[in-house]
Each structure stands twice: as structure tokens, then as C-alpha cells.
Design a protein around this ligand. Structure first.
Ligand code: SF4
Length: 491
């Protein structure tokens, strides 16, 4: 039915990735990536700060956004039923998917029913989350990403590393090389004389994608919002690729997380102000497309909406953790995070990187794997993410809560070195006589070390910790001994 894809799978997957510290260590050694990330995040964060400062009622807008999302989450069942009813009335077909497998199967059946072996896609994090491209690929259907950054990631056989700018870790020269070597394998090649000027790179992508847009019979999209009282789906994007996907093909399949619902059409007013300023640092969004089922003789005539749970109701069940479902994927928290800025998005092992990934992913996937257990620790807890979040998600509190959960889950097994050290500290501080004994032992040890001021690397379980620090030797006498010897410092 189809030609093999010369690129192999369309995107690399995150399955089985090692824990965050391991991935971050590799990323830290990549100086070019760190330089790209530093430049990009600082540019976007400065733009965001400037346009947010222009809005005197910004804090009221944030509160309004958070309240609206909380209202949706508290009554999600009712709003979803309303959304389905409205979409159906307008001629769309609604499908429900409990998990990734079910969602992929539904989409695959819909695509197969059209008898095609390729689809175009407008950026959709939900489809990345369920690894739809890989599922389509396995069935011989090529899924072509049409967002410029997603195209770079796909052609480079890479993974997204940012919510909004998936190829943020790539420089212009790298992008030119990817286009030059890979575009011709899957469609129109890049022009021979293409330089790494952004305008020329964008032009190459435009020409390459145009062929795919004009040929495609089926498009797959996500949605930023789904309005319950009108049955309207909304996509915001900056390049116009979304509009091509959403209007040219005959069949449009939208894969939407169930938390994307807004109660009323009027609610869009708040979010259309919050999202562009928080994400791209723009006052308004360049391309906003809204559709409510198929339109007579215009645009896609088969409109399908797949509403995906995939762990969201599990997150919803936690009254504190559920606030992560307010997220509108603006990426502001990534751009201010000192950990993300250095480690980059791949280290988070999920389509959702940065601070929101560190709290959303372990809730969606659970904390059974090494990477998901490590994510709540991928933060300095500085609170910058909370300050910029347009829907006031208290990410630091969620991180602490998830850390507690991870620690609690390991209480029954063999205690960790850290747990044993904490237990010893608790014993020492619980009684002054214990503390005195410990201090005496420490000062005796100190005398044996002579004139040394710092311990070298400590062998055993503390080796990794002490290998990166100068651990000072304990003082030769305790404060109490000094107090007694000097008569309170008077001698
Ligand atoms: S958590 Fe807040 S700041 Fe981060 S992506 Fe989501 S909405 Fe944006």
C-alpha cells in the first residue's frame, strides 16, 4: 500500500529513557545546545515580560483564567457531554479514547477508511503524547509535521525539546544541514543555494510543505481550546500551516485532551489575551482558526474529534494535583526555569518538558519508572514558574507533593542512603545527650586528621556527593567546649 519512509520512524520516542540526572548530565556537556537554549529562552522571556507589563489587569486575567479552568475541572463530565452534543449537532463525529492505544486505533481506522497512505499534521501535543506518528508509521501511513519547528525535528529524526519551539536546541547551521540532506528523501528537496538565513530556511520549508498540503486528503490536528456551549474547536498558531491543514484536506481528525474544554464562548476572551503574551510574547496571535463541524461546500467535509483521557481523570482525582490540568501549554514556565535552560527538554523524557512536565508527566504516567520518579526533583524550587504561569499553577507546591509521594512509595523497601542519614540525624537531634556524644566523636576524628581543613572524596555511598564538594573537617572543639574553655568568650 505504501512506500517505506526513508526517514524510518517519524519521531524518536521517549519510551525507556533513563532518569533525569543521567539525561541532564549528557545535555550539560553539549555546549552548543546550552548556548542555543540560553539565547532562545532569554529572548522569549524578555519579550513576554515586556508585553505582560503593558497590561495593568494582568493579575486579574490570570485569576480569571485559573478560575475558569477550575470550574471546568470541577464539572468536567457535564461540560464534555455538552461539547459532544454541540459538536454532533454541527455535523462532527465525536469519539472517546480512554488511553493512547484506543486513541491511536480510532485515528488509524479513520485514516484507513479514506484509503490514503499519508496525512498532514498541525502541531498537536496530544498526538505526540500518544505517539500517534509511530502508530501510523507501523501501519504504513506517513504523518508529515507541518509546523516549521516540528518539521525540523521530524527531518532530523529528533525529539521535541520545547512546548512551543520544539527545535529550540538547534542552531541555524544545523537546520540548514538537516534540510539539505533530508528534505529530498521525503519530497521536494531544499534549493541548492540555500544559506542558513532564517528567510531562506523558511522558504525552503514553505515550498516543501506546499506539495504535501495540496496532496493531502486527511489532516490531523490538536486544539488549544474546545468551547462547550458552541461546540467550537480553536487552534492558535504563528505560521499559517495550521490554517492549511484545517481547511484544505477533505477529512479533519482532531485529537484533543479532555481538559481542553472551556465552558463558554465568552471565556475565549481571557485566554486569547493570556496565551499569546505568555507563549510568544506577542500581543495577539497571528493565526487563529475556529471551526464548528463541517461547513457546507467549504473546508473538510468529514470532521472527527477524538477526546482523549490517557491518565487525565487520574490526575483529576487529586484535588491538589489536578491544577496541572489547567495548563494551556504556553511554555512560559520553561523559558524562566534555570534547570530547563541548562538541561534542555530531552532530559525530561516526555513530550511535556520543563516545570510543567516535571509535575504533569509523573501524574499522567504514574511514578513507577526511574525517569518519572526523578522528575519532581528536576527543579530548584525557585518559584519563577509559578510567577509567570498565566493560569497560576502552583508548580513548586506540586513538586514538593510529588517528591513526598515518591519517598513514601519507597518506605517499605530497603531504605536509601539519604533515608538512613536522615534517620541518624533525627536520632542525634532528638536528645541533647545524643548530640553531645556525636559532637565528641566528630571532634576526636578531627584531631586525628591533623592540619587538614577538608575531607577528600568519601568512599562508599557518599562518594558521588562528596566527589563534587569540599567537605570541611569538623572543628577541633564544640561550641560548648569553647564556651567552657573561654568562660563564655571572656578569656
Ligand atoms: S504550567 Fe503555566 S506557564 Fe507552564 S506551560 Fe502550562 S500554562 Fe504555561
Amino acid at each position: 500500500m505504501s512506500n517505506p519512509n526513508p526517514l524510518g520512524t517519524t519521531t524518536a520516542t521517549f519510551v525507556g529513557m533513563p532518569k533525569f540526572p543521567t539525561m541532564a548530565k549528557d545535555a550539560l556537556a553539549n555546549t552548543r545546545q546550552r548556548r542555543n537554549l540560553l539565547h532562545a529562552t532569554h529572548t522569549i522571556r524578555a519579550k513576554r515580560a515586556a508585553v505582560v507589563d503593558e497590561v495593568p489587569e494582568w493579575q486579574d486575567l490570570r485569576r480569571n483564567g485559573a478560575d475558569t479552568k477550575d470550574e471546568v475541572l470541577a464539572n468536567l463530565e457535564q461540560y464534555l457531554v455538552q461539547l459532544e452534543q454541540k459538536l454532533t449537532e454541527q455535523g462532527a463525529t465525536v469519539h472517546w479514547a480512554r488511553d493512547a492505544e484506543e486513541a491511536n486505533r480510532i485515528v488509524l481506522d479513520l485514516v484507513k477508511a479514506q484509503g490514503v497512505d499519508e496525512v498532514v499534521k498541525v502541531k498537536s501535543m496530544a498526538t505526540q503524547e500518544i505517539e500517534l506518528n509511530e502508530a501510523l508509521e507501523a501501519a504504513g501511513i506517513h504523518a508529515w509535521e507541518t509546523d516549521l519547528a516540528e518539521l525540523i525535528v521530524q527531518l532530523g529524526d529528533d525529539r521535541s525539546s520545547h512546548i512551543l519551539v520544539p527545535a529550540i536546541h538547534r542552531g541555524r547551521a544545523e537546520i540548514r544541514e538537516i534540510f539539505r540532506t533530508r528534505m529530498g528523501q521525503v519530497g521536494r528537496p531544499a534549493p541548492d543555494n540555500m544559506t542558513d538565513e532564517p528567510r531562506e530556511l523558511a522558504e525552503a520549508a514553505r515550498l516543501h510543505l506546499r506539495e504535501k498540503f495540496l496532496r493531502a486528503k486527511v489532516a490531523i490536528s490538536g486544539a488549544n481550546f474546545a468551547v462547550a456551549d458552541t461546540g467550537t474547536l480553536v487552534v492558535l498558531e504563528s505560521e499559517g500551516n495550521g490554517r492549511m491543514c484545517l481547511t484544505l484536506p477533505e477529512t479533519l481528525i482532531s485529537v484533543v485532551g479532555i481538559e481542553k474544554v472551556l465552558p463558554k464562548w465568552e471565556d475565549l476572551g481571557t485566554f486569547m489575551q493570556l496565551l499569546p503574551r505568555s507563549s510568544t510574547g506577542e500581543r495577539m496571535n497571528p493565526y487563529t482558526t475556529m471551526w464548528t463541524g463541517p461547513a457546507a461546500d467549504d473546508g473538510p467535509q468529514n470532521v472527527h474529534v477524538v477526546l482523549v483521557d490517557n491518565g487525565r481523570t487520574h490526575v483529576l482525582a487529586d484535588p491538589v494535583g489536578r491544577q496541572a490540568l489547567r495548563c494551556i501549554r504556553c511554555s512560559a514556565c520553561l523559558n524562566v526555569c534555570p534547570v530547563y535552560e541548562r538541561a534542555g527538554g530531552h532530559a525530561y523524557g516526555s513530550v511535556y518538558p520543563g516545570p510543567i512536565g516535571a509535575v504533569l508527566t509523573p501524574q499522567l504516567r504514574g511514578t513507577s519508572s526511574a525517569i518519572d520518579q526523578s522528575l519532581p526533583y528536576a527543579s530548584s524550587l525557585c518559584g519563577a514558574c509559578y510567577e509567570v504561569c498565566p493560569v497560576r499553577i502552583d508548580i513548586p507546591t506540586l513538586l514538593v507533593k510529588l517528591r513526598t509521594q515518591v519517598v513514601d512509595e519507597h518506605r517499605d523497601g530497603r531504605p536509601s542512603v539519604e533515608a538512613r542519614a536522615m534517620k541518624a540525624a533525627a536520632w542525634m537531634f532528638s536528645d541533647s545527650s545524643h548530640l553531645t556524644k556525636a559532637q565528641k566523636a566528630a571532634t576526636l576524628g578531627s584531631k586525628l586528621l591533623g592540619k587538614r581543613t577538608a575531607l577528600g572524596a568519601i568512599p562508599g555511598p557518599a562518594a558521588a556527593w562528596s566527589g563534587a564538594r569540599d567537605v570541611p573537617v569538623p572543628p577541633k572543639e564544640t561550641f560548648r567546649q569553647w564556651w567552657d574553655r573561654t568562660n563564655g568568650g571572656n578569656e
